[in-house]
Design a protein around this ligand. Structure first.
Ligand SMILES: [Zn+2]
Length: 71
């Protein structure tokens, strides 16, 4: 049962040059960025967190590590 007809056109058509965008790479580590936000900032999520550990728009949340154990 191997008589499947081949498609007329190639499975992978080359995209027109106008739609091809150069891959955006992280300016810190050089890894290709896939996320929209990462491409906008030019940083990967990990490097972005490294450069901006404390964002001013994020409310400081205290960790409850200083709480005494309840048991
Ligand atoms: Zn990076």
């Amino acid at each position: 049962m191997n008589d499947q007809p081949l498609p007329d056109r190639a499975p992978e058509e080359p995209a027109p040059e106008s739609t091809v965008r150069p891959p955006v790479r992280c300016r810190l580590c050089g890894r290709p960025l896939t996320g929209r936000a990462s491409r906008r900032t030019g940083l990967g999520p990990a490097c972005d967190a490294k450069l901006h550990p404390d964002r001013p728009d994020i409310r400081p949340r205290r960790h409850d590590v200083e709480q005494e154990p309840l048991f």
